[in-house]
Design a protein around this ligand. Structure first.
Ligand SMILES: *Cc1c(COP(=O)(O)O)cnc(C)c1O
Length: 387
């Protein structure tokens, strides 16, 4: 008899690690697949980050500040200028990417016998946090236009009694932002049962929202069970540094301290994030250009007859294709990498530089033109089943 090797948890056997296909720049010079900011830090910002990391390097023999007090203060100040008000350092928590922040939330507030709930289509990492923290996962559904049916959402929360509701706003992969009403309904529903639940509004793309679209940060003073997460990976152009954070009641931050690994945020990461925050206006300086490019992309795609979801993010979901994989492949063959994600028939393109978007438009027309009359073309009003 031979022992199973490696002795992996039963439910993890055969599962592929999460991740978008990564192609080299030679294979796909135009990379519009993981919602990165196409504009890197300025030479000044990069030099300041390097100086800060250099200063931290001389004391790398010591563990970093476990409570990262200076960073929490700087993040609180940033949030108070970005939709929040009255946010104090005790209300802020950070980790290596908002993915880690949300995993920590499920480690602290999920677990066996508890439910984490979202509304599909939603961020594909959420069920993984649930699986890894032994939390039961449940996904309700969004409406046809990807908004939330508030009555149905309230009923579902009251019925399932989740310990954690996870919702991106703007949503990935659809770009849909939640109005204040929706957040309020969810927060009230999640405090209507005795065990109570947290409502986590994942604002990874918050800085890209259109004028007039609110941030859930504004509702923090009203709902004790509301948690708003943000990241430096998208608008901040700092995906490589791995810094994400949240704002919530101080009791939520305190509880996370129980499950976080000791010194989880390295001295290098803390120094990098602090230096980046000093350059916030500059790092965020291209956000308005990207928002304009996003709106232009939506208009152009609609003009070409595609179906396009309204977007408050730095990506656009469009379709629908009878064979979306063939369209995705056609674009790759023309050097443009986008993402095959979302409900069947749809594709998602991240907003790049003006030049990259021109390349995308040409490659798309070329691909779809080539396939006209074949199965690759757009479907005609056929409603597909949502994943
Ligand atoms: C990109 C993204 C994040 C950010 O992840 P990081 O770990 O902070 O890089 C979080 N939520 C959603 C929905 C995202 O698309």
């Amino acid at each position: 008899m031979s022992a199973a090797f490696p002795p992996l948890r039963e439910e993890l056997r055969g599962i592929e690690p999460y991740g978008a296909p990564q192609l080299s720049l030679e294979q796909a010079p135009v990379q519009l697949n993981v919602n990165e900011n196409p504009y890197g830090p300025s030479p000044e910002a990069a030099a300041d980050i390097a100086r800060a990391v250099g200063a931290a390097a001389v004391s790398l023999n010591r563990y970093p500040d476990r409570e990262f007090v200076e960073l929490r203060s700087a993040l609180a100040a940033y949030l108070n200028g970005s939709g929040g008000s009255g946010i104090t350092p005790e209300m802020v928590w950070a980790a290596n990417g908002s993915n880690e922040v949300m995993l920590q939330l499920l480690q602290a507030f999920g677990g066996p016998g508890r439910v984490a709930l979202s509304f599909a289509p939603t961020y594909s990492m959420y069920p993984e946090y649930a699986r890894d923290s032994l939390t039961e996962w449940y996904a309700g559904h969004r409406a046809e236009d990807f908004s939330l049916d508030l009555d149905a959402a309230r009923r579902l929360v009251e019925e399932r009694r989740p310990a954690v509701v996870l919702l991106p706003s703007p949503n990935n992969p659809t770009g849909t932002a939640l109005p204040h009403d929706a957040v309020t309904v969810l927060c009230e529903a999640a405090s209507s049962y005795e065990s109570g639940g947290l409502v986590v509004v994942d604002e990874a793309y918050g800085e890209f929202r259109r004028a007039g679209t609110p941030s859930a940060l504004e509702l923090l003073p009203r709902h004790r069970n509301l948690v708003v997460t943000r990241t430096m990976s998208k608008a901040f152009a700092l995906a490589g540094a791995r810094v994400g954070y949240l704002a919530a009641d101080p009791a939520v931050c305190d509880a996370i301290r129980v499950v976080r690994l000791p010194y989880h945020l390295s001295a290098v990461t803390q120094a990098t994030a602090l230096a980046a925050l000093r350059h916030a206006p500059e790092l965020l300086g291209r956000v308005d250009d990207l928002r304009a490019e996003r709106d232009a992309t939506v208009t152009w795609l609609r003009g070409q007859g595609f179906e396009v979801a309204d977007s408050d993010a730095n990506f656009v979901l469009f379709g629908r294709f009878a064979d979306r994989h063939a369209v995705w492949q056609g674009l790759v063959d023309r050097g443009v990498l986008i993402r095959e994600t979302g409900p069947e028939g749809w594709l998602r393109v991240s907003i790049g530089t003006a030049g990259e978007m021109t390349a995308f438009r040409h490659a798309l027309l070329d691909t779809v033109g080539q396939a006209a009359g074949q199965t690759v073309g757009q479907t005609t009003g056929k409603t597909e089943e949502r994943a």
